[in-house]
Write a protein that binds this ligand. Structure first.
Ligand SMILES: Cc1cc2nc3c(=O)[nH]c(=O)nc-3n(C[C@H](O)[C@H](O)[C@H](O)COP(=O)(O)O)c2cc1C
Length: 368
């Protein structure tokens, strides 16, 4: 399986919901993003998911700046296809592969909230956006082929789309979206279908449906899941950290977030909010799976919480459902990359579940 980390291009903190300027809030400066990227590079994560949205730095530019500062970690760059020409996106990705020696993965975000998309001048309704995404993917992949690609459809009309050279490797396409329109596009066009962290039975049901839908196109999909993580030497220490995060969320902040979520146009977001209904007393939705982060954060709202062995067990349980890729994060992203990378990754390697090697285990000495 592949274990990815997250690049906090909107900024980072010890708190899920940062309030007031305090020393432990970290802007997404080049220096801080480089610290997280270098940690992920060293600890043996596969790639860094880099989000897209108004509150983040642009994922293409932020990650490109990190290429020369890292050696092997890949960048899973999220972008909204409706905002770019598919041929230009193909060219950017093709260049990225040559500049990074093949370290680009792509996350396609068709987007949800109308006010966010309106900022970029995108006023199409969601089903139409997904239909456009399908055509976009067809053309972008076509432009990466050995021969120029021509397409005239509902949303695009391109003649002989191509790039300077076929990218090596052709970037793998990841994709999240839980609505029926999203599932239809994923089944036909993408490599890795992503979900936010729901309980295993709900995930299993979705995976079965997606396998069937992909089979209608003669395709198979890989599956990935996005979780936060709090891993410590003992379960008590991990849950104490979850309690600390919860203590930083005021009742007003939780209520304000629920009001936002109630108006969402995202099926994935609706499902995340439904896990807890805004109620801080029903957060453990499965053993070691805690929905507390989603009380105030949009998007990925669940964390795997426990001892290093508990967290490894839970990952193995989800892996057995057919999930081969785990995209993890924690607050703050630098420290939590180390907790998981030094505590859980070695267990997963030992069990033969992860093959990216970790750092050399150096002998160090105590100063006396
Ligand atoms: C793992 C994962 C990562 C996502 N990353 C982003 C992101 O960076 N920016 C964003 O606006 N939406 C992001 N999304 C949201 C989806 O791409 C999608 O636009 C949204 O869920 C609405 O579609 P739906 O109604 O089909 O669920 C992500 C979803 C998943 C599952």
């Amino acid at each position: 399986m592949k274990i990815h980390w997250f690049l906090p291009t909107g900024g980072d903190s010890r708190d899920v919901l940062p309030t007031g300027p305090v020393p432990h809030h970290r802007s997404p400066t080049p220096d801080y993003l480089a610290q997280v990227a270098r940690a992920a590079d060293r600890l043996g994560y596969e790639a860094l998911l880099t989000p897209c949205g108004t509150q983040c730095e642009d994922a293409w530019l932020a990650t490109a700046s990190l290429i020369p500062l890292t050696e092997r970690v890949k960048f899973l760059v999220a972008f909204r296809p409706g905002l770019l020409s598919p041929t230009l996106a193909a060219q950017m990705a093709s260049t990225y592969q040559r500049m990074s020696q093949g370290r680009l993965l792509i996350n396609i975000v068709t987007g949800a909230e109308a006010h966010e998309l309106a900022r970029f001048g995108d006023h199409l309704d969601k089903d139409t956006r997904y239909a456009r995404t399908g055509e976009f993917l067809r053309i972008m992949k076509g432009a990466w082929g050995a021969e120029p690609y021509t397409w005239a459809g509902e949303h695009y009309d391109v003649v002989e789309a191509t790039t300077r050279a076929v990218p090596d490797p052709v970037p793998e396409i990841y994709f999240g979206g839980a609505s029926p329109a999203a599932e239809a596009v994923a089944a036909e066009h993408v490599d890795v279908y992503l979900t936010w962290g729901e309980p295993p039975d709900a995930v299993a049901e979705r995976l079965d449906r997606m396998r069937a839908k992909a089979a209608e196109h003669g395709r198979t999909l890989r599956f990935g899941i996005r979780f936060h993580v709090i891993a410590r030497d003992t379960a008590d220490a991990a849950w104490a950290e979850a309690d600390r995060l919860l203590a930083g969320m005021s009742a007003e902040a939780i209520a304000a977030a629920q009001a936002d979520f109630a108006a969402t146009q995202s099926e994935g977001q609706r499902r995340m909010a439904e896990l807890h209904g805004g109620d801080p007393s029903r957060l453990e939705i499965h053993p070691n799976v805690w929905a507390g982060i989603g009380l105030v954060r949009g998007g990925a709202g669940t964390a795997i919480v426990g001892s290093f062995a508990d967290v490894a067990d839970r990952i193995a349980e989800y892996h057995a459902l057919g999930l081969d890729e785990f995209i993890l994060s924690g607050y703050p992203h630098l420290e939590e990359a180390y907790w998981f990378g030094e505590g859980v990754l070695p267990i997963l390697r030992e069990r033969g579940l992860v093959d990216v090697p970790g750092p050399a285990t150096d002998v160090i000495s105590t100063f006396r």
